[in-house]
Design a protein around this ligand. Structure first.
Ligand code: LR7
Ligand code: MN
Length: 557
C-alpha cells in the first residue's frame, strides 16, 4: 500500500516537472498568432504576446544609485523645459504620441523579450568597450533621454566608453547640450543640417572606442542587449551585427516583441522589408540563440568594428538626410569580405513611425532616389537595370559624382553584385532573367549604337555575354533600352531619325511595341526602319514584311 502511494507521488512529481518545462517552452516559442499586427507603415510584422505576467522580468542589474547614473543632470528640469501645451496635437512634431512618451518617465521596466535560453549564455570577461553613436534631428526630449538611460541601465558600465550624441542642427541646441551633464555623454552639434549619414560619420570619427554602436534616437535597449553583439564582433571583426528590433507602439508606447525569425530583405526598387528566413534555414535552426544571416540590415541599430568601418569606407557621404545608406553599407559589407547578421539574443525596441516628422530640404522622394541611385550605380552592376525598371522615376534624376565610391570598390577588390545574389540573396527573384539582353538582328547584322546620336546596322560582334554594350539591348516594354538610355524618335514624322537619350517613362518619343517582326513607335504608328542601309536608322510607314523593318530580338545567353 505504501509502495503504491510512493509511486503515485513520484509519477505526479515527474508530470508536474514536465508540465512546467512545457509551459516555459510554449511561452518562448514564436507564436504564429492570428493577432499578428502590422506596425510601422507595414514595415514589420510583430507577434503580440498577451500574457500579462512576464516570465522573465527585466531586472536592472547595472543600475547604480540614481545620482551616480546621471550625475548632476536635472531630469525634471530637462523634461519640463519642453512640454506639450494643452490642446496641442501630440502627434504633430514627432509623428508619435508625445503625451504618452512624456508621461512614461525615463526609466520604465520593459518585458525581456528574448528566448529564455539567451539568459544562460556567457560572454568573455574581457569584451572591449564601445562608443554609442546617436544622431538626431529635433528628437523629443523624453524619447532621447529614455534611449540614453536605457543604455546606461541595461549595459555593463565597463562596456560603455561614451555616448556620442550628434545633434543634426535641431532647433534647440539645449536638447543635446543639457544631456552632457550625464556622465559619459558627449554632444557634437552640426552647424547645418547634414542628414543622418554624414552625422554618423562625424560621430564615428569622434569615437574613442574600437567598436562602434549605432542607435536611433527613439530606442529602448533590452536586458543584456550589448554583450552578444560585442562578442560576435570581437570573435571576427568583419561581422556587422544587429539586434532583433522590437516595436515600441507610436500610440501608447507599449513594448512589443518582434518575431524572432525575420531577416532584412528588399525588392528591386530598393525598398526595405522584413521577410521570413528561408524555410530550409528555418528547419536547420535547432538553436534559437544562433545568429541569423541577413542580406541587408534595417540600418539604424548595429555594431561594427571601428577599423573595419573605416577600412570599408565608412558611408557614402554624398547621400543626404535619410535613406539608402543601409543598402549601400549592406552590399559593401557582403561584397567586400564581411558579413551581416541579426542576433536573436540581443533586443532593442524602436518607435516605428508612419511618416517623417522632419523636412527634407530637397524633398523626400528626390532624396531617396538620389541616395538609392548612388547605391545602385556603385554596387549593382548590370542588375541596376532592374532597379530602374522598378523605379522609373529615378531615371534622369541627379545623383552627383560616384567616382570616389567606384575607386573605393576597386581598391577593396570587392565581389560582383552577381556574386552577392548567388551567395547571399539567392531568394531575390530576378525579373525575366532569360530574356534580359537581346540583340536586335536584321539578316546577319545587328543594331548598334555609336554614342547617343547615331544608330546603324553593323556586323554582330563577340559571343554570349561578351557582346559589346553597343549591341546589347533590353526590351522593357514600352522601352527599348541600353542601360539608362532609351531608343527615341527625334520627330513624329516619316523619315525622322532615331537616337538614344536618358530614359524617361513619361516620354512618348521612347514608347514602342512589337508589331509582328517590326518595332512600332506607339504614338506615331511608324516603324523602326534601317533603310537606307548603312545610313542612319529612321522611322517609316509600317510594312512589317519589309526586310528593313524586320528585327528579330534574339536573347543573349
Ligand atoms: O536629417 C536627419 N538627421 C538625423 O540625425 C534625419 C534623421 N536623423 C536621425 C533621426 O533623428 C533618427 O535618430 O536619424 C535617425 C533615423 O531616422 P528615423 O528614425 O526618422 O528613420 P527610420 O527609423 O524610419 O529609419 C530607418 O532607416 C533609415 C534609412 O536611412 C536609417 O537607417 C534609420 O537608422 C533606420 N532605423 C532603423 O533601422 C531602426 C529600425 C527601423 C526599421 C526598419
Ligand atoms: Mn527611427
Amino acid at each position: 500500500m505504501r509502495r503504491i502511494r510512493a509511486n503515485a507521488i513520484a509519477i505526479l512529481t515527474v508530470a508536474w516537472i514536465l508540465g512546467t518545462f512545457y509551459y516555459l517552452w510554449q511561452d518562448n516559442k514564436p507564436h504564429a498568432s492570428p493577432s499578428a499586427a502590422k506596425a510601422g507603415a507595414g514595415r514589420v510584422e510583430i507577434h503580440r504576446e498577451d500574457r500579462t505576467i512576464p516570465l522573465i522580468v527585466t531586472h536592472v542589474p547595472h543600475v547604480e544609485i540614481e545620482g551616480q547614473l546621471v550625475g548632476s543632470f536635472d531630469e525634471k528640469a530637462y523634461l519640463s523645459g519642453k512640454q506639450l501645451k494643452p490642446g496641442d496635437d501630440p502627434y504633430r512634431d514627432h509623428a508619435f504620441n508625445l503625451q504618452e512618451s512624456d508621461r512614461l518617465g525615463s526609466e520604465r521596466a520593459i518585458r525581456d523579450t528574448r528566448h529564455y535560453r539567451c539568459a544562460s549564455i556567457s560572454f568573455d570577461h574581457d569584451l572591449p568597450p564601445t562608443s554609442i553613436i546617436i544622431t538626431f534631428h529635433n528628437e523629443a526630449r523624453s524619447t532621447l533621454l529614455r534611449t540614453i538611460k536605457s543604455v546606461l541601465m541595461r549595459s555593463p558600465p565597463s562596456l560603455i566608453q561614451e555616448i556620442i550624441l550628434v545633434d543634426d542642427f535641431s532647433s534647440d541646441p539645449e536638447d543635446c547640450q543639457l544631456l552632457t551633464q550625464i556622465p559619459k555623454v558627449r554632444c557634437l552639434r552640426n552647424g547645418r543640417r547634414e542628414g543622418l549619414i554624414r552625422s554618423r560619420v562625424r560621430g564615428a570619427n569622434a569615437a574613442s572606442a574600437s567598436i562602434l554602436t549605432f542607435l536611433d534616437s527613439h530606442c529602448e535597449v533590452n536586458a543584456d542587449w550589448l554583450q552578444p553583439m560585442i562578442q560576435r564582433v570581437k570573435e571576427d571583426h568583419t561581422r556587422v551585427v544587429s539586434p532583433i528590433i522590437d516595436v515600441i507602439s507610436l500610440d501608447n508606447f507599449a513594448y512589443l516583441a518582434a518575431s524572432a525569425d525575420l531577416r532584412g530583405g528588399f525588392d528591386w526598387s530598393l525598398h526595405f522589408k522584413w521577410e521570413q528566413i528561408p524555410i530550409e534555414q528555418k528547419m536547420a535552426r535547432n538553436d534559437p540563440t544562433q545568429p541569423i544571416r541577413t542580406p541587408v540590415i534595417a540600418g539604424g541599430i548595429f555594431v561594427m568594428d571601428k577599423n573595419w568601418f573605416n577600412h570599408l569606407g565608412q558611408y557614402d557621404t554624398h547621400m543626404d538626410i535619410w535613406g539608402g545608406e543601409n543598402f549601400e553599407l549592406s552590399f559593401r559589407v557582403w561584397m567586400c569580405g564581411g558579413s551581416l547578421e541579426i542576433l536573436p539574443c540581443s533586443r532593442v525596441g524602436h518607435v516605428f513611425r508612419k511618416r517623417h516628422p522632419y523636412d527634407f530640404p530637397e524633398g523626400n522622394a528626390l532624396t531617396y532616389i538620389k541616395n538609392t541611385r548612388r547605391a545602385a550605380e556603385v554596387w549593382m552592376d548590370e542588375y541596376k537595370q532592374y532597379y530602374y525598371a522598378a523605379r522609373p522615376s529615378a531615371q534622369g534624376k541627379a545623383f552627383g559624382s560616384i567616382a570616389d565610391r567606384l575607386a573605393l570598390r576597386r581598391k577593396l577588390n570587392c565581389n560582383s553584385f552577381r556574386w552577392y545574389l548567388e551567395n547571399v540573396y539567392p531568394e531575390l527573384r530576378i525579373p525575366e532573367q532569360e530574356t534580359v539582353y537581346t540583340l536586335l538582328r536584321q539578316g546577319g547584322l545587328c543594331l548598334e549604337t555609336h554614342g547617343t546620336e547615331s544608330l546603324a546596322l553593323a556586323e554582330c560582334k563577340g559571343s554570349g555575354l561578351n557582346r559589346p554594350q553597343s549591341q546589347k539591348w533590353t526590351l522593357v516594354e514600352p522601352q527599348i533600352r541600353q542601360q539608362d538610355l532609351c531608343l527615341a524618335i527625334t520627330a513624329f514624322t516619316q523619315g525622322a531619325k532615331v537616337k538614344m537619350e536618358p530614359c524617361n517613362i513619361k516620354e512618348a518619343r521612347q514608347k514602342w511595341k512589337p508589331k509582328g517582326p517590326a518595332l512600332q513607335h506607339i504614338v506615331s504608328g511608324l516603324c523602326l526602319d534601317s533603310q537606307p542601309s548603312s545610313g542612319p536608322v529612321v522611322v517609316m510607314q509600317c510594312h512589317p514584311q519589309l526586310a528593313s523593318q524586320s528585327w528579330e530580338p534574339q536573347p543573349i545567353t
